[in-house]
Design a protein around this ligand. Sequence first.
Ligand SMILES: Cc1ncc(COP(=O)(O)O)c(C=O)c1O
Length: 384
Amino acid sequence: MANLPFALPDIGKDEIAAVSACLDSGWLTSGRKVQEFEAAFASFVGARHAIAVNSATTGALLVLDALGVGRGTEVIVPAYTFSGPAMMAHRLGAKVVLADCEPGGYQVSSEDVHRKITERTRVVMPTHFGGLAYNMDALSDLPSHVALVDDAAHALPTLDWSTNSMVGEGRVSTATFFSFYATKCLTTGEGGMVTTNDGDLAARLRKLRLHGFDRQAFDRYTNLRTGWKYDVVAPGWKANMTDVAAALGLVQLDRLHEMHARRIRIAERYQAALADVPGITLPSEDYGHAWHLYPVQVAQRDLFVSRMGEKGVQCSVHFIPLSLHSYWRYLLPPADRDCPQAEAIYRLSLSLPIYSRMTEADAEQVVAAVRETLREIDGAAGAE
Ligand SMILES: Cc1ncc(COP(=O)(O)O)c(C=O)c1O
């Protein structure tokens, strides 16, 4: 049986043609394609503004910077998430405060977030884990000095039932950031997008993403009379998206519903085939899930992952909690990284392959490998 990778980008002829046309066009960096992609993305999620960037991590950096995160401020992040956005808060000089998971769940506990808010808290940054919407309504009552910014790296397209809106629409959050990394539901290779309904914030983000210039490069090069003039008006970064990436993103966005439908089919197949199998806990089946990840829990996680690998099925683990990474442990005193729920769920968790290029036969290979691995592990335990 062929080896099944954990993730594969879904790139077809249309993506290749769009990138090729962009390469032929003579304009590679941020230009018309980025503007088109931003407009299409904003309209897709229902936000007023979309700002294309070169990763979700730099998207988080720009938003945190624009919201005044720095020395003397605190940013609350889930312990059970990816390190990148939290690291941006740290590198801006803020104190990173970890909030634990809700008991037995992957999502951050809103009670723990509320408990950890101080007068120095500037931003709370929940993650829509795996592509399932976080209950944003539970954080809709933050004090006025605290901004809500959601990490939607996994959540495209995702419906948030707590606010009856698309993730990214900004019903309760100030800004949302998305990832277009190679394994994500929509990919540009590397890339990201920030959405917001706040026009001033959007204008600030556009400056911050390109050196703090008052004008975007495309505008300078296409205006023949005053093209050379620009001013540095803000302490900016370099985080703009290229037109090559945006050309790819536009085709992927057009195909998003079709690709999402295939992820749903794989998830439904796993749910149906594994529901009655003892020894494995499946994710809840909520409608509106992007199904970026299909997380499951088993008792002997490490052994399970390695046995799946022997059967040609590559699995992954999301996430190693921040509280268990060397640098965060060095940075945070023990009392500040006490996250028993996150660490408990981590010990059981792994993610099965799920992506739009998977065939029915691939899904059956995963199901068979899961059943066999659980039988093997159960048999070995019984024989002890
Ligand atoms: C939850 C989460 N947030 C942010 C990121 C960072 O995304 P990027 O690689 O686009 O910076 C990731 C990456 O996998 C992620 O899983």
